[in-house]
Design a binder for this molecule. Structure first.
Ligand code: SF4
Length: 510
């Protein structure tokens, strides 16, 4: 471990913002650009990232690790204890000064604070908590703060931090307990799920139930859960039954499917609430609520052999059982030479990561369930297709659907029809029969939808509803992909990452 004495705050900022930039809960700007004469504004790459508020505003955050002097040895992480990298730690006061000064200069609107584990989890969490306390109570900082909870830290200090933070996150790291054991031997699934559960129960018990349901949850879940007495969710033993009932809102699910999911996540946790008691710590004088922006997590994709079905099942269980706001996926980047890490010839699985984000969107906003999108027989998405197309091709018996009659949820399942266009269709058809020209004006992506819909009983063109034929048609279409994944999608595109220089980049997962 290389530790430099008397390091300047500027140097620490360089090291610790770089170390934090691959935490995917926020998107790093990654751009350094000076102001120009006649132009307005500049950008700073180091540590500034963007996130989105509940009302859709884009917020710039200072994203840093408190320390990279980590005692753990997670095999996928550049900051693991066995690597020779330059180490640095802030003091709470240094983080406060940086945050306040950046805020005053209008660089940032908030702070994203993560950390390696210095000395032990409690010591680390106390430093994070003290930093947040000073920001709120000494510097009176009222901006957004996202803070990591360190697995293994005491519940009291996590609760205290929850009163100062807006959002907290505990990273699941890897989709299964076996994966964790192999690649992050110092972490256990229990230590990760325990604070997650604590934050969930804390939000439920310590804030008003009316603020508990928010729009970015799984649409079906939020819809169906509102019919239950919110207090009944506080009992962990009651939860699986409640969630089993609500999970049936769109399609029935077999018991065996649920038990697979439970087994993967190992979420039948009982008795944890006796390990901590909530509401015992001193609350700050200004009550902003307990973790009012909820919690999130992230998983590394491709470092361990789990398939998409397992990953999506875990994701679904996290939303349902831990009330997470977001689950983030991080394509595995091989930054360490270690025999237990896979060598991925195509580079980081970014397209797979993108498909999982699209599937996550289907879970949260389209009423899909993991077991509908994938199964043990079809455990992986075809990366050349978006997951909704992938699902439609496996369920051609449901198509074509008549847009003038199909209910809202059936419309949502049509490739090319999104939430907005489905709403517009339902509204517009009250007054007139819809034609294909009308659908285009409503935002329907006709090039995809025409294979799956009829208007007044007619398809736009005669189409063979046959899986291979439709797969070829859909794969041949240009798709708008995120930056870094651009290019024509075709069967040859499986090697599209060959040119990207990801091997030089690092990853940090906390
Ligand atoms: S992932 Fe976090 S805990 Fe693990 S080695 Fe890296 S900094 Fe330490």
């Amino acid at each position: 471990m290389i530790i430099e004495e008397n390091m300047s705050v500027q140097k620490k900022l360089e090291i610790l913002s770089d170390a934090a930039k691959y935490d995917v809960a926020c998107t790093s700007s990654g751009v350094d650009r000076k102001g120009t004469s006649g132009g307005l504004g500049n950008t700073v790459a180091a540590g500034i990232c963007h996130t989105f508020s509940a009302d859709g505003r884009c917020i710039s955050l200072l994203k840093i690790l408190f320390t990279n002097e980590c005692i753990f040895d997670c095999k996928y992480c550049l900051n693991r204890s066995s690597n020779d990298v330059v180490r640095a730690s802030f003091t709470p006061e240094e983080v406060c000064v940086l945050t306040m000064e950046f805020y005053r200069r209008n660089y940032i609107e908030g702070l994203f604070l993560s950390s390696g584990v210095i000395k032990n989890p409690n010591f680390t969490m106390e430093l994070l908590c003290e930093t947040l306390r000073m920001l709120r109570e000494v510097h009176h900082f009222n901006g957004y703060i996202h803070c990591k909870a360190v697995p293994g830290a005491s519940s009291d200090i996590i609760e205290m931090t929850g009163w100062y933070a807006d959002r907290m996150s505990v990273n699941l790291e890897l989709p299964t307990a076996e994966g964790l054991k192999t690649l992050a031997p110092h972490k256990t699934r229990k230590n990760i799920l325990k604070p997650m559960k604590q934050i969930q129960i804390g939000r439920n018990e310590l804030i008003k139930p009316s603020t508990f349901i928010e729009t970015n949850r799984m649409s079906g879940y939020a819809q169906s859960i509102s019919v239950f007495d919110m207090n009944s969710i506080e009992s962990e033993q009651d939860q699986p039954q409640i969630l089993r009932e609500e999970a049936n809102f769109s399609l029935s699910k077999s018991k065996s499917e649920l038990s697979i999911r439970d087994k993967i996540l190992d979420t039948n946790m009982t008795g944890y609430d006796s390990e901590y008691s909530l509401g015992k710590v001193r609350r700050p004088s200004i009550n902003r609520g307990f973790v009012p922006a909820g919690q999130s997590t992230q998983m590394i994709i491709g470092a361990t052999p789990e398939n998409d079905y397992q990953i999506l099942s875990v994701t679904e269980a996290l939303y349902q059982k831990f009330d997470l706001k977001r689950v983030f996926f991080s394509a595995f980047i091989r930054v360490n030479e270690d025999t237990s890490l896979p060598v991925l010839p195509g580079g980081p699985p970014l397209l797979r990561e993108h498909r999982l984000y699209q599937a996550d969107w289907l879970l949260r906003f389209y009423g899909f369930q993991a077991a509908e999108l994938l199964s043990e027989e079809r455990p992986n998405f075809n990366v050349l297709l978006d997951p909704k197309c992938n699902w439609a091709l496996g369920h051609l018996e449901n198509f074509p659907i008549e847009v003038n009659k199909a209910d809202y949820y059936a419309l949502l399942r049509v490739p090319g029809i999104g939430v907005r266009s489905a709403e517009r269709i339902v509204k517009a058809r009250r007054t007139a029969k819809l034609r294909f020209e009308d659908l285009k004006k409503m935002g329907v992506v006709l090039k995809r939808a025409i294979y799956f819909i009829t208007c007044s009983g007619q398809m736009m063109h005669p189409v063979k509803l046959e899986e291979n034929y439709l797969t070829n048609q859909l794969v041949g279409m240009k798709e708008r992909l995120p930056f870094g994944l651009s290019g024509d999608i075709s069967y040859q595109q499986l090697s599209l990452f060959d040119d990207l220089k990801f091997m030089n980049q690092n990853i940090n997962i906390n």
